[in-house]
Design a protein around this ligand. Structure first.
Ligand code: G4P
Length: 526
């Protein structure tokens, strides 16, 4: 197969949802279709149960599972599909944001009864910022839920998506009879106990055909006719181009656990989802078809084996061909590196990768050389954009509780920050260190990992902060004036960029009003 054909056949995407909507179940059904796994249950739920927010063993288990399921690849209808896993737990949301930088499209799973939930809102917002093409799958149709039209309205209102149903449910819960596949114009009947897909598929090009009445009953048939007519009148015609530009999202209905509506989703996905897209760097746009290899690290995972300190850096290939045992430039470190064991992970299986193409993700064993966002190239000095840190929401002072181990503590903290577990800020006055995180669970993870991996102990002291915002100003004199006036509220991030620590929403607003030329940013990339 030629290089261009390899690129053309790849589709790299992520599934996002609020916990419990059915992301793991859907992933598993997709893998079953692709023959990547043989039995249900092979992909363990990667979520930490909500009731056990600080159970360390759960955190450890989570780390193990999420390495194994970081990238799940399978072949389907001649395409190579890469699913990038995203953590379900909201405290690990920043990991999900970063993983979304490495995908080319997403599928959003919504629970029919719960509708659009908070975490979905946040994640979709990030996708929309980048115009990532989005397909929506409304799940659990075997249960009673919200009215389909109300759900569609919710998608538009809460997620700001312009949508186009490509399948439509016939009944719901007890009365759920199947879905009408608008995309392929056929009715697919739900047989809850057969757990088979495809047995109930009937082609109905013309909905006025009485086969429809015979199959679902007159009442349901008429309702479906009316609804489909309304959909065709109200919603825009589906154009693949609009979807690819992130302007229009097709919507599917089904029940992942019953493997119902999943094949329709997958078939449409394979037809319309984008092949590897270009990536933006500070220097220029990188096209996947370029000969020379380039890629960036979007995720770093600590090794679970405490005897081996090395970590796994996940690299998304952006252009050219990545070849095992070849020297590449680590741009930030300005050093050549080669990798003898680039790995792909699939359920419990690890495989050494000889070659990888744009859209693929490889795991590189790393002894501390990589940070999130690092670039590997054949020599060009590229800096990938769009992999920001997000303004944290929880803060604590970190204290060393074992003075003999301060070196270990510093090293451990820096490495954990490189992995993107949390962010470290050093206060301008007094040099105290503050850890900022998105979720509370990370504080426990840090303490636990410092002890087990670095032999260092730390404790925390509360610090009352509302937000940390990066600050900038075109006029350096004005920026310096601000930094010196607000000295006590200034800290520096790991890259020595100034950050304003706002005690409350009000202080932030006052600072913005009093210093109108200074810009306050909620992500590290501005
Ligand atoms: P997540 O990864 O998004 O967090 O969700 P997950 O797939 O783990 O699904 C959450 C729960 O919803 C699971 O039940 C799962 O079996 C169920 N589920 C998924 N799809 C459907 C569906 O189409 N219909 C119905 N009725 N349920 C569905 P659980 O009881 O939390 O876990 P388990 O004991 O079944 O594993």
């Amino acid at each position: 197969m030629s290089f261009l054909e390899e690129i053309e056949r790849r589709k790299t995407f992520g599934i996002i949802s609020h916990p419990d909507a059915g992301k793991t179940t859907l992933t598993e059904k997709l893998l079953l279709f692709g023959g990547a796994i043989q039995i249900a249950g092979a992909v363990k739920s990667n979520k930490i149960k909500k009731s056990a927010t600080s159970d360390f063993m759960d955190i450890e288990r989570q780390r193990g599972i999420s390495v194994a399921t970081s990238v799940m690849a399978f072949d389907y209808r001649g395409k190579k599909i890469n699913i990038l896993d995203t953590p379900g737990h909201q405290d690990f949301q920043e990991d999900t944001f970063r993983t979304l930088t490495a995908v080319d499209s997403v599928i959003v799973v919504i629970d029919v009864a719960k509708g659009v939930e908070t975490q979905t809102e946040k994640l979709v917002k990030v996708c929309r910022m980048r115009d990532t093409p989005i397909i929506v799958f409304i799940n659990k149709l075997d249960r009673e839920g919200k009215d389909a039209f109300d759900l569609i309205d919710e998608l538009e209102e809460k997620l700001g998506l312009l949508v186009r149903p490509l399948s439509w449910p016939v009944g719901m819960g007890q009365d759920f009879q199947g879905v009408y596949n608008i995309y392929e114009q056929k009715l697919v009947l739900f047989r809850p106990h057969s757990k088979q897909q495809g047995d109930g598929s009937i082609e109905i090009k013309d909905l006025s055909n009485e086969t429809l009445d015979n199959e679902v009953g007159e009442r349901a048939a008429n309702k479906l006719r009316e609804e489909i007519e309304m959909i065709n009148e109200v919603y825009p015609t589906f154009e693949k181009e609009d979807y690819l530009e992130g302007l229009l999202s097709p919507v599917f209905f089904g029940s992942a656990i019953n493997n119902f509506g999943v094949k329709e989703l997958l078939d449409c996905f394979v037809d319309i989802a984008p092949t590897p897209l270009p990536r933006i760097t500070e220097e220029r746009k990188i096209d996947p078809t370029e000969d020379k290899f380039s890629g960036f690290v979007f995720k770093i995972h600590a090794n679970m084996d405490p005897k081996h300190r090395d970590r796994i850096a996940f690299l998304r290939i952006c252009s050219g061909t990545f070849i095992r045992n070849t020297n590449y430039l680590h741009v930030r470190k300005e050093k050549k590196m080669k990798f003898s064991n680039p790995t792909s992970f699939m359920a419990a299986k690890k495989t050494i990768v000889e070659k990888a193409y744009p859209g693929d993700v490889v795991g590189l064993y790393d002894s501390g050389n990589f940070k999130i966002g690092d670039a590997l190239t054949e020599g060009e000095k590229l800096h990938f954009k769009g992999i920001p840190s997000f303004s944290p929401e929880q803060f604590r002072y970190v204290l060393n509780t074992d003075p003999m181990k301060s070196k270990q503590l510093n090293k451990g903290l820096l490495q954990l920050m490189d992995e993107g577990v949390a962010q470290l800020f050093t206060k301008e006055v007094g040099n105290r260190q503050i850890i900022g995180t998105v979720g509370a669970l990370q504080f426990d993870v840090i303490q636990y990992r410092l002890k087990h991996e670095y032999g260092a102990s730390c404790s925390y002291e509360p610090v009352h902060l509302h937000k940390a915002c990066w600050v900038s100003c075109e006029d350096t004199t004005k920026l310096n004036a601000f930094l010196s006036r607000r000295k006590r509220d200034i800290a520096y991030d790991k890259d020595k960029n100034p950050v304003f620590l706002a005690e409350s929403a009000w202080t932030l607003q006052m600072a913005q009003e009093n210093f109108p030329d200074v810009q306050f940013h909620f992500t590290s990339e501005y």
